[in-house]
Design a protein around this ligand. Structure first.
Ligand SMILES: *Cc1c(COP(=O)(O)O)cnc(C)c1O
Length: 395
């Protein structure tokens, strides 16, 4: 049976696995920096690209390759390139596809470090970025110039969960000869497949749900084989932001349980968001699964579930928000997300503290905003934890 006949749950467990002669049932972990050639002639053929096979783990490692093949299968992409982090996946994409003088259009509602990468690091290399509001399509269109190569976004956005229409942005990009890249970190292929909706490239921070238990840093780029091999693999080989084989092995095992975990995360988050919006002291709850979310219908049509990030604004500004954060017992105060452990963050003073007040106001990140990443604990325990913290907040 070929892989394209198998359903995602089967692909998540089997895709990409290559067994050694030892016939191991689980995926082998190849902790080896380099690989041995049978002869000088074989070494020469490998280096010349005439014979396939491993050379050196910066760019060829069997465990990393298994992870790449499995994630590519789940995203429905031809090729995946694994990287050392989510940030290095975005860097590899941009450095691989663009050169000085090129232009990028990005949603302004993206991961804070990605904003810094675009506005500082890429700017120094002569690649300019225009930031536009996530769901203002005429502004996306108007920002495109003759030298624009790439449109970039995350949907849902973090922490406000704004949903952008991937089909519509793909049409805008392709109408003007640009590529569309989607950071699929919050949904994962278990909930949303941007390539099937018309995007050209998918980005991942594997650190989040692909690992799922908060252990390893990693990232990936998924897309057409020709583009990835020619442009992005060349960057990886020469610049070296490679995924460690150990991390690849952890992510491979993470992919096996991804759909089960996402389903549990989403179910608990859905119930918690509906409960939260009815609590005194909670002014507004942001969650795409709420009927009053501005893009609820779009979320329904392009995602199979609403995700596990919930954010909300409390009465009383920063002081109240901090009192709530300090009062939780089950949620942990940490900036990571996508962990089995539920986490709580005050974005204005942590993940988004480097933005100016004006940028934060424009992005809608107020002092009263709290972000939850809903984990795999019992939903009742999480609800009681928040209820007690809301009482403590109110004093
Ligand atoms: C965490 C994150 C990144 C960066 O990934 P790292 O693995 O931390 O480098 C990029 N995009 C999104 C949406 C993220 O949440």
């Amino acid at each position: 049976m070929t892989d394209d006949k198998l359903s995602p749950d089967t692909l998540a467990v089997h895709a990409g696995q290559v067994r050694t002669p030892e016939q191991e049932n689980s995926e082998a972990l190849f902790l080896s920096s380099s690989f041995v050639f049978g002869s000088a002639a074989e070494a020469a053929a490998r280096f010349a690209g005439e014979s396939p096979g491993n050379i050196y783990s910066r760019f060829t490692n069997p465990t990393v390759r298994m992870f790449e093949a499995r994630l590519a299968a789940l995203e429905g992409g031809e090729r995946c390139i694994a990287t050392s982090s989510g940030m290095s996946a975005i860097l590899s994409l941009c450095m691989g596809l663009m050169r000085a003088g090129d232009h990028l259009v990005s949603s302004r509602s993206i991961f804070g470090t990605t904003i810094n990468l675009f506005s500082n690091v890429l700017a120094r290399c002569g690649i300019e970025t225009t930031f536009v509001p996530q769901t203002d399509y005429p502004q996306w269109e108007a920002a495109i110039r003759p030298n624009t190569r790439l449109l970039f976004l995350e949907t849902p956005s973090n922490p406000l969960l704004e949903i952008a229409d991937i089909r519509r942005l793909a049409a805008i990009a392709h109408g003007r000869g640009c590529l569309l890249a989607v950071d699929n970190c919050l949904c994962t292929p278990a909930l949303q497949q941007p390539l099937a909706l018309g995007a050209d490239i998918v980005i991942h921070s594997a650190t989040k749900y692909l690992d799922g238990q908060g252990r390893c840093i990693g990232g990936a780029v998924v897309g057409p084989a020709a583009m990835l091999n020619e442009d992005i693999f060349a960057f990886l080989r020469n610049a070296g932001p490679s995924m460690s084989p150990f991390n690849a092995w952890v992510f491979l095992k993470g992919l096996e349980t991804l759909r089960l975990r996402m389903s549990a995360h989403c179910g608990t988050a859905y119930a918690l968001a509906h409960w939260l919006q009815q609590q005194p002291g909670v002014r507004r709850t942001h969650y795409p699964g709420l009927e009053n979310h501005p893009q609820h219908a779009l979320a329904r049509s392009q995602q199979s579930a609403f995700g596990a990030i919930v954010s909300f604004e409390v009465d009383g500004g920063r002081a109240a928000a901090w009192r709530l954060v300090d009062a939780v017992r089950v949620f942990t105060i940490t900036a990571n997300l996508g962990d089995a452990k539920s986490t709580i963050t005050h974005p204005a003073t942590t993940t988004h503290h480097r933005l100016t007040d004006a940028q934060r106001a424009e992005a809608g990140i107020g002092e009263a905003l709290i972000r939850l990443s809903v984990g795999l604990e019992d939903g009742g325990d999480l609800r009681r934890d928040l209820a007690a913290a809301l009482s403590a907040m109110a004093g």
